[in-house]
Design a binder for this molecule. Structure first.
Ligand code: ZN
Ligand code: ZN
Length: 383
């Protein structure tokens, strides 16, 4: 009875994912996976639980059936979530119970011996990870990433459809930038308009609104400030949100406000655009993540701005905005069809300005599919 079918219409939830995690744990010699609220849990079960001090955890022993440990008062929320279709055993605990002892006892019963290698999610709260370890004296904790990331890193067609919808939604927000990005308005005012539009255009939550105008554009993760946009500013706008199914958008465009860029700016921006295109074109199965990074970096370095490209070229995206695979020197992971990640080189001149161009792309069977379609040249807004 191990392959319960996904509920019709929801190809994002399948017991196969839980069983896939179990098979990989077995291969890796990990006795027990413990995954708490967050994207790992949502990915495996469809349950978008909120993180809190009370323990909620999916426990996957290397043998035997997986189970969910949940506070009794939240058991109805599991039943109401897509996770109900998986028919996982629910172990509800009362306010005065020890949920860690419950979790540990069930794992020991399934394995016939106490688990020794216990893997927890990278973003599991320390109090939960340490609680599991205390309940299993003699166990050693490690990260579940090698098991769970390996599943999450290759997206199914249904997941790519969700990422494409998120990409189209954020493209619609960028397409309206001229309504908001105007001389005299502050970054914070522009950011508030963008946030409203992110929600209006197919997201249920705003993840971030970066509006880096003028010198603030040189700080890649600058968010919003009271600085007013000036004529002639370059403005880096990097925005993203979460859709109803949990998938994320993330797209950067750089705008010139009030007047055309001067020749020098047009020159280095042209190099950036060529680098972004080159890295995108490099994507295909078998090419490594670091080769995609190098494709962007080499063009920028040859043009003399290598020192100004101060971050990796990209990051994977799915239920988290930043997840594997990371597109960075040192990551020799060969790309596979279904891997989704950003391609986002930037050039930054501290104290003056910066620019970045970011698309989400997917490695396909024979190349690349781009999930953002807005213009990548420097868009001049009237101001
Ligand atoms: Zn971004
Ligand atoms: Zn990004």
């Amino acid at each position: 009875m191990t392959t319960a079918a996904a509920p019709p219409g929801d190809p994002l939830v399948s017991i196969d994912r839980v069983h896939g995690a179990r098979a990989r744990a077995e291969q890796a010699g990990i006795d027990l996976l413990v995954l708490t609220p967050g994207s790992d849990l949502r990915y495996l079960t469809g349950y978008a639980a909120h993180a809190m001090e009370r323990l909620t955890a999916l426990a996957v022993p290397r043998r035997g059936e997986p189970y969910l440990v949940v506070p009794r008062l939240e058991a109805p929320m599991v039943d109401a979530s897509p996770a109900a279709a998986l028919q996982l055993e629910l172990m509800a605990w009362d306010e005065t119970d020890d949920p860690f002892a419950l979790l540990a006892g069930a794992a020991t019963a399934r394995l016939g011996t106490a688990p020794r290698r216990v893997a927890v999610g990278a973003r599991t709260w320390a109090e939960h990870a340490l609680g599991v370890q205390r309940a299993l004296p003699g166990s050693a904790l490690e990260l579940a990433g090698p098991v769970v990331d390996r599943l999450r890193v290759v997206k199914t067609p249904a997941e790519i459809q969700e990422l494409a919808a998120a990409g189209a939604a954020i493209d619609r927000v960028h397409a309206r930038m001229g309504e908001w990005l105007r001389v005299g308005r502050t970054e914070a005012e522009v950011g508030a308009d963008i946030a409203a539009a992110i929600l209006a255009e197919g997201h249920v939550a705003v993840d971030f609104t970066i509006v880096g105008s003028g010198p603030n554009g040189a700080s890649p993760h600058h968010e919003l400030s009271g600085r007013a946009i000036e004529a002639g500013d370059l403005v880096v706008v990097d925005i993203g949100g979460m859709t109803a199914t949990g998938y994320r958008s993330d797209c950067t465009r750089t705008y010139a406000v009030g007047r055309d860029p001067d020749a020098a700016t047009a020159e280095w921006y042209g190099v950036l655009q060529a680098a972004q295109a080159a890295a995108t074109a490099a994507v295909r199965p078998g090419v490594t993540a670091e080769q995609v990074d190098a494709a962007a970096r080499e063009l920028i370095a040859v043009a003399g701005w290598g020192e100004q490209f101060i971050h990796r070229t990209g990051h994977g995206i799915g239920l988290d905005t930043h997840e594997a695979p990371y597109v960075v020197a040192g990551n020799a992971l060969p790309l596979e069809p279904g891997m989704a990640f950003s391609v986002e080189p930037g050039i930054y001149f501290a104290g003056r300005c910066g620019a970045r161009i970011e698309d989400i792309v997917v490695c396909t069977d024979d190349g690349v599919r781009t999930l953002n379609d807005g213009p990548r040249e420097l868009v001049v807004l009237p101001g």
